[in-house]
Ligand binder design. Sequence first.
Ligand code: SIN
Length: 280
Amino acid sequence: MEIESRPLSDALGAELFDVDLARPMDETTFRTIHGAFLEHSLILFRDQHITPEQHIAFSRRFGGLATHVFDQFLLPEHPEILRVSNKREKGELIGLADAGKYWHSDLAYMKRPSLGSILHALQVPPTGGDTLFANMTRAYDTLPQAAKGRLGGMMAVNRVAEGRRTSVDGRIRMSKAQLTKTPDVVHPVIRTHPETGCKSLYVSQSHTDRIVGMDLEEGRALIRKLVAHATRPENIYTHKWRPYDILMWDNRCTMHRVAPYDRRHRRHMHRTTIKGDTPY
Ligand code: SIN
């Protein structure tokens, strides 16, 4: 089955047309969408008026769904959905309002990080609040040969971002109980995509804390250098949200962050997070 599409940028991403995720999906259509997801690492569907149940059902086609450790922000009745939102009820935030402040790949601080995430925009600010995506396969491919050799086999400690532990930057903190569920983990600096076989850089600003066996500051300087390399403008797609957009990204070969916006405006989204494998 053919689905019409157009590239979103030179770096990554494609928009898929004439798909209604509210309707039951046959296996052939699903396989085409799955193929586009693997090919482009990021797929966009516009104008999707779907319920949480339909969002969950579509997400489950790709794998089991994670229940986010920030359990106070899960959608009541649907713990598969994390609310990424600055809405308040009775003065309390109902969502993870500051998700994605820094470059990251979802759940990189878990032993088995996420395969992919599916974000449904319900309310968006008039300007700002864009989501930027970096192509980490291209980041790997464009490394000098000597660097590829040096980084292959290198391991890094990934952990919940410092701001989530201490609120040093004013971010929403994880509770002690939530932090207990997320001990530090070690992942390769270069990972191989389990479905495409492509290699990608797997370090991020939020979660990669240090390089195993390397002096702390030397390792952190290397992480900063690799993130700077991965986030050069030609390697980025910037998504300007419209209400009812659905974006699905591959956490195994991309990273993302959210651009600032005026917090007086509502930004309200639902995210499912698909479980993935242990990186290798
Ligand atoms: C996230 O999943 O990191 C948030 C992305 C977004 O809010 O655009």
